[in-house]
Ligand binder design. Structure first.
Ligand code: ATP
Length: 295
């Protein structure tokens, strides 16, 4: 049994996010193209003598008890498998929090994968994904990673070809957008547009970045942009600086821009910072899983 493991929990963006209906239980049916980015949180798990789960993080405002998703992920497996040792989890967060980048879900996915390996629980990827689903709809994707189509409430996954190489500029404006508010105010039956999710898939198959960009869209912008016009301003700034396209990720407020030239992305970064639109701005690349890429 290994007594320490280090993992990377990558953030994601949505190249497309469509809502196709609302279920009787209140959940929305979605069609989303998920793409990991190179920005990641570091997750270290250590076995300790004292029983229980300890969580430490570099962000003082994050919960360290059962409200942290890494705590819940560890507890789920420890309860099911009667693990008697305790674990300490150190979380070094770089993915912006409450940003639409699934940071918490990715951290939880890393803990499930890490605990399975450390304690030799023998769960397959599929079995881990089933357990992840109990903690959050995005967690199965965060276990799968890479490029994927997510349907249902996000849990039905199909792997897609990797996104072509490019520069991804990520900018999170200093506003808080709750996922509940966004879905709660979405007029799912009368959306003014739908992104071309099938077109994005074709663009991925043909490795055509311009085609992917021309099909992108996120219906959740119909709620967040009227409430927070600075999201539109960031998109406009990225496009004026040469982005093929710029879009809000998930329920926001992070905006990502797709650039073929690093210089253009750097110019957009400077403009966004200098214009006071966002301080949390990151240059990233698509993150691919190939050849069994370890975490
Ligand atoms: P999503 O894209 O899945 O909607 P998000 O980017 O909007 O996720 P997260 O950063 O994953 O949001 O989670 C934010 C909320 O979850 C905050 O209220 C935070 O306190 C809580 N949380 C619990 N565990 C974590 C974690 N490990 N990292 C970040 N936030 C966490």
């Amino acid at each position: 049994m290994r007594d320490e493991i280090n993992l990377r929990a990558y953030g994601k963006i949505n190249l497309g996010l469509d809502v196709t209906g609302k279920r009787p239980d209140g959940y929305h049916e979605v069609r989303m193209v998920m793409q990991n980015v190179s920005l990641y949180d570091s997750v270290k798990i250590r076995i300790r003598r004292t029983p229980g789960i300890g969580v430490r993080t570099n962000l003082p405002f994050l919960p360290t008890g059962p409200d942290n998703l890494v705590y819940r992920a560890a507890k789920l497996l420890m309860d099911e498998f009667g693990v008697e040792e305790g674990v300490s989890i150190s979380l070094y967060k770089k993915i912006p929090v409450s940003a639409g980048m699934a940071g918490g879900s990715s951290d939880a996915a890393a803990v499930l994968v890490g605990m399975n390996r450390m304690f030799r629980l023998g769960l397959s990827k599929r079995q881990l994904m089933e357990r992840g689903m109990k903690l959050g709809a995005d967690i199965p994707y965060c276990i799968m990673r890479g490029t994927a189509l997510a349907e249902g409430i996000g849990e039905k996954l199909r792997r897609l070809p990797s996104m072509p190489e490019c520069f991804l500029l990520l900018a999170k404006p200093p506003i808080n957008v709750s996922t509940k508010f966004v879905y709660g105010n979405l007029k799912a039956d009368s959306l003014p547009f739908h992104p071309d999710i099938d077109g994005i898939q074709r663009g991925l198959e043909e490795r055509d970045l311009a085609a992917i960009a021309s099909c992108m869209g996120n219906v959740l912008e119909t709620v967040t942009i009227p409430a927070h016009p600075q999201i539109q301003e960031i998109k406009d700034q990225m496009k004026a600086s040469g982005a093929l396209e710029a879009l809000m990720s998930g329920s926001g407020p992070t905006v990502f821009g797709i650039f073929t030239e690093r210089e253009a992305a750097l110019k957009a970064e400077t403009k966004i910072r200098d214009g006071g639109l966002a301080r949390q701005v990151y240059m990233a690349r698509p993150f691919h899983v190939d050849g069994g890429n370890r975490r």
